[in-house]
Design a protein around this ligand. Structure first.
Ligand SMILES: Nc1ncnc2c1ncn2[C@@H]1O[C@H](COP(=O)(O)OP(=O)(O)OP(=O)(O)O)[C@@H](O)[C@H]1O
Length: 689
């Protein structure tokens, strides 16, 4: 055992943090706790200490449920817990933290519990999970079958249908209300949409697939049975939820059903950072939490910010102070003032890109690595011109929140194959895989799937399936490969290599750039080796796909230096020495919104606040004055003028230092000249006289 006193590891915490960490520890069961943790106030640190402290004080790690916003956050939390626990228990800490197996996202935990309790719920535990794109494809199939794709006036698209469905489910609100408030142009289709959703649910059940929403919906439904709720609730002594401001109604119902009296329940969040209402998250969850219990939950507020200089914090406070409704009080810091955040006016997006690239290099000359700097933007496509500029100058960067690694066609193909093997009734996966074979189109794929659907052993039935007419030898190779994969003879993760060997000839036939894509497949194989089974791999990857290739692969990039580009949403929970916020103009932040969307405007304000509070030492908000309009030729020069974001009105300008780039004397600052020094015209005339 280490010489540190058992409680010494809590000395570095401030008193509010320490109260949050030790709340109820040692009592038979802790009363419910809400930690309101402002930006940079050490929320993650505090939660990690609480988990460690519980374990050090004798709590069974297998009975701790920790739910975070992303899988990455769960992983980071587990590492921190281990570091802290190690200080007290030395080497023995590893055993404890390894046993902390119930750490993950709401959806991931839901999937595990549903498989565990499948027989009680009438579910087949081999269900597969559809990601958003698969779900939209499934919705489209049903929409087509019901004849809605051929209506005279245009029926909502598959994406809109899925969004409406998802909103109803997650917000636990009737369709009429959702349509009236968020999709008024679809109100006339309410009856058809209900039929569509009913058929969509049937199709998923026939195929034994669950979509993202089902993971929460089925879990919540399961919890309405008192015996099942008691059984699941009794598995955990402590339930902790991070980023509670970004949970939805369904998640809060689940939580309250897990621990109806709130004992052992801790939620942590910040209402000022609630930015996921488009996924039906509601800030009401955090506000209503204390009064859900009798006696009400204890509230501990963390309001000391350790991250930012006081000049940055003061500007961020001023921005959020203008919010219509707010519950946390302003943060304070004892960090030095530092320089004021800069509002930098540039001519257009091209200048914005040049400015950022130059400044980033200048910072690097000054001793900051690229990784200590981040460029944040509201929408993924905003970074286009910057990506070009960085590439041109050879400045390496990694982008978060853009096109996901797993969205590429070849990765989706290979995953669909594995999913089809896992659950041969999964039509969306089957449809995709079969059409990889030469000569197989939707009709012959459909015929094979129907044949399989009628068989009790679908994969085995492939032997007697009608071979698609033009698939030739590839059909036999496909049936053999899929049979071997299903039998699992190679074992996991070796079987992914078998899958890849089957897929590679098709990859080469379908894609011209097959060799670059092959490298991704090898990388996928590496990622797969980090999971214990095919089922876990597919589940976790579908639920929380890596943002970028390097996000998962990590290791080869660790020593390299690169600039971070990120959407504001994906920057949540992170911090950098220098932060640049692009396009700080109306129309970008707030993003273009219809009139009357007050709640959405408020959320945009919080987004700017989240972006600003990511900065430790310096912050630049860049304001391009004009934007080229889309839909014109490359040489066209139509543009629109932009205004500084409404979230920084004139009254707040004192919080910022303003400048223009490139630096040139503007007209009104040029010194009056007192008339021309040389009368050139007179000289010219004099030449000939
Ligand atoms: N008691 C403390 N003493 C010194 N530094 C601390 C303390 N608590 C936290 N910090 C530091 O403050 C910074 C912010 O902490 P952390 O990332 O946990 O904040 P957070 O509350 O999760 O932030 P956000 O909600 O904005 O993402 C980190 O650099 C962390 O090391």
């Amino acid at each position: 055992m280490n010489a540190v006193s058992p409680i010494g590891y809590l000395d570095a915490l401030n008193s509010a943090q320490r109260r949050a960490v030790t709340h109820g520890v040692g009592a038979v069961t802790a009363s419910p706790l809400l930690v309101i943790a402002g930006a940079g106030s050490g929320k993650t640190n505090t939660l990690a200490h609480r988990v460690a402290h519980l374990m050090v004080s004798g709590a069974d790690p297998r009975r701790i449920l920790l739910m975070t916003f992303s899988r990455r956050a769960a992983g980071e939390m587990a590492k921190r817990v281990e570091r802290i626990t190690r200080k007290v228990l030395g080497e023995g800490a590893g055993v404890l933290t390894d046993a902390l197996s119930w750490a993950g996202t709401f959806h991931g935990i839901g999937a595990r519990l549903l498989r565990d309790c499948a027989d009680q719920l009438g579910l087949d535990p081999a269900f597969t999970i559809h990601d958003r794109e698969d779900s939209a494809d499934q919705m489209n199939l049903v929409r087509h079958e019901l004849g809605f794709s051929k209506t005279e006036t245009r029926f909502p698209t598959k994406g809109t249908c899925l969004a409406i469905y998802s909103r109803c489910v997650n917000a636990e609100r009737p369709i009429e209300e959702v349509l009236g408030q968020s999709y008024p142009w679809c109100v006339a289709w309410a009856a058809e949409l209900k039929d569509l959703f009913a058929a969509y649910v049937d199709a998923k059940q026939q195929q034994n697939v669950l979509d993202y929403d089902d993971l929460l919906l089925y879990w919540a439904q399961a919890m309405t049975d008192p015996d099942i709720a008691a059984d699941i609730g009794a598995r955990f002594d402590h339930v902790m939820v991070d980023e509670y401001q970004d949970t939805n109604r369904l998640q809060s119902s689940i939580l309250l059903a897990l621990k109806p009296d709130g004992r052992g329940l801790t939620v942590v969040g910040d209402d000022a950072q609630s930015i996921y209402s488009f996924r039906a998250a509601t800030v009401r969850n955090i506000l209503d939490f204390p009064s859900a219990f009798v006696p009400p939950a204890e509230i501990i507020t963390l309001d000391q910010n350790y991250r930012s200089t006081s000049a940055i914090l003061s500007a961020a406070n001023a921005v959020i102070d203008l919010a219509a409704e707010r519950f946390t009080k302003n943060l304070w810091t004892d960090r030095a003032a530092g320089s004021q955040p800069q509002l930098v006016h540039v001519r257009d997006e091209a200048d914005q890109a040049r400015f950022i690239a130059e400044k980033v290099l200048e910072n690097r000359e000054g001793g900051s690595t690229l990784k200590q700097q981040a460029v944040l933007f509201r929408a993924s496509h905003h970074s286009g011109p910057l990506e070009i500029e960085l590439t041109r100058r050879n400045i390496p960067f990694v982008k978060f929140g853009g096109l996901k690694f797993l969205d590429s066609a070849h990765i989706k193909d290979l995953l669909a194959l594995l999913r089809f093997v896992e659950n041969p009734r999964d039509k969306v996966a089957g449809f995709r895989v079969l059409q990889l074979l030469p000569g197989v189109g939707p009709t012959s794929a459909q015929r094979v799937l129907e044949h399989m659907a009628q068989a009790s052993a679908p994969i085995e039935s492939l032997d007697s399936a009608p071979a698609p007419p033009r698939s030739g030898e590839d059909w036999g190779a496909f049936v053999t490969a899929i049979g071997e994969l299903r039998a699992g003879s190679a074992g996991w993760p070796a079987e992914i290599e078998r899958a890849r060997r089957w897929y590679e000839p098709h990859l080469e036939r379908i894609h011209e750039d097959a060799s670059t894509r092959q490298a991704d497949l090898v990388q996928l194989e590496q990622i797969a080796s980090g999971y214990p089974s095919r089922e876990r791999f597919l589940t976790e990857l579908t639920l929380d796909p890596p943002d970028t290739t390097s996000d998962q692969a990590g290791v080869p990039h660790l020593d390299e230096d690169y600039l971070i580009l990120s959407t504001i949403h994906s920057a949540k929970g992170q911090e950098w020495k220098s932060v640049f916020v692009m396009n700080t103009v109306d129309g970008c932040i707030p993003i273009d919104l219809g009139a009357g969307a007050r709640d959405e405007i408020e959320e945009e304000r919080r987004l700017l606040y989240v972006a600003m509070t990511r900065a430790k030492d310096d912050l630049h908000l860049v304001v391009p004055q004009r934007f080229f309009t889309h839909g014109q030729s490359a040489t066209g020069d139509r543009h629109v003028y932009a205004n500084r974001t409404r979230f920084i009105p004139n009254a707040l300008l004192g919080q910022f230092e303003r400048s223009a780039w490139p630096i040139c004397a503007s007209e009104d600052t040029r010194a009056p000249s007192g008339g021309p020094k040389v009368d050139v015209r007179a000289k010219m005339r004099g030449m000939w006289r």
